[in-house]
Design a binder for this molecule. Structure first.
Ligand SMILES: [Mg+2]
Length: 338
């Protein structure tokens, strides 16, 4: 069945069917003019939104509807985790071509709802419109955190140590392979691991909760546009510089093996976007606390450099020589991924 046969109200009741009943803090979800959510004392609400446009941010040639639903939510969840918060509620706006197959949307919602269950996020409402071109997905996500526990980008000081979760460069490498025509039905385990990192990123909610509960970080953000570009944001907001040691950048086996096989740029670990790892700064006096809980970081945790005086982000090789790296990362109004 096509969307044009189902109609808007048929679509909304179909979406309601995917979501199940309201409950808990969600007093009223879909079905009124606005969602009604119970709040709490001494808790702040975090709000973020992210838009995905077909042909710009995703390509349905290599992405399943379920993966798309999952990723659309995961990238927002990552922003809430980056502030130290717990994701709670989402609003979803969809621009849909009228000739879209309804089965595609069912797959999308299955992925979205499964991810919501995993991350503890309930869809509270949204809007659906016809798109003249491709599919457009906008999710607004609300999260909560105790007012005293919010972690901003602007708290880094010279001498703070620099940490990242997980491994870097996988998602951008996976995207390169997918764009080259790699398909998961016919690729090796390393190639498939990289593609997976791009298609279904894992927001670091648990890791963020550890950082919050141990009060480890003076500043934090998630890496969506590439390590150097995002570290530049922390530095600018905090009025500091940073030194990064290239040899300390955590690389996955898949990045090394599949990257070598396909001759991918190693600099993708410094500049490639969409890894959704956490980047945070730890003051010296918090290092004992960090050492006693670092085994809890299931993603892995790596120290990659330090915050210094100044305004520059510089990268050094294993001999201590400065590396010149194309400044960059993803810029939404420039053409290419650097
Ligand atoms: Mg972010």
């Amino acid at each position: 069945m096509k969307l044009s046969e189902l109609g808007e109200f048929g679509l909304i009741s179909r979406i309601k069917g995917h979501l199940g009943a309201d409950g808990g803090q969600l007093i009223r979800g879909i079905g009124d003019d606005a969602a009604v959510i119970r709040g709490g004392a001494d808790v702040v609400t975090l709000a973020t939104t992210d838009m995905l446009v077909e042909g710009i941010h995703f390509d349905l040639d290599y992405m399943s509807p379920g993966e798309l639903g999952e990723k659309a939510l995961a990238v927002n969840v990552s922003d809430i985790a980056a502030m130290g918060g717990i994701p709670r509620w989402s609003l979803l706006s969809l621009g849909l071509p009228a000739d879209m197959e309804v089965g595609f949307l069912d797959g999308f919602f299955k992925g979205l709802v499964a991810a919501g269950n995993r991350f503890g996020v309930k869809l509270a409402g949204g809007d659906t419109v016809t798109s003249g071109g491709g599919m457009v997905i906008n999710i607004a996500l609300y999260g909560e955190v105790a007012a005293a526990d919010v972690i901003y980008r602007n708290g880094a000081s010279p001498g703070d140590r620099l940490f990242v979760t997980g491994t870097l460069g996988d998602s951008a490498s996976g995207l390169e392979l997918l764009k080259k025509g790699l398909r998961r039905s016919s690729c090796d385990l390393y190639e498939s691991a990289l593609a997976e990192r791009h298609l279904v990123p894992e927001p670091r909610i648990k890791e963020s909760a550890i950082v919050v509960s141990e009060k480890l970080a003076s500043a934090m953000m998630d890496i969506s546009d590439g390590l150097l570009q995002d570290l530049g944001h922390i530095c600018r907001e905090s009025g500091v510089g940073a030194k990064v040691l290239a040899e300390k950048i955590p690389l996955s086996g898949a990045f090394v093996e599949a990257g070598g096989k396909h001759g991918l740029d190693k600099m993708l670990s410094l500049t490639g976007g969409e890894d959704y790892e956490l980047l945070f700064t730890v003051p010296e006096e918090k290092m004992p606390a960090l050492d006693s809980c670092r085994h809890l970081f299931e993603s892995g945790l790596s120290e990659i450099g330090e915050i210094c005086e100044g305004t520059e982000v510089s990268v050094f090789d294993e001999k201590g020589l400065p590396l010149s790296v194309m400044q960059g990362g993803y810029d939404h109004f420039r053409k290419e991924l650097r």
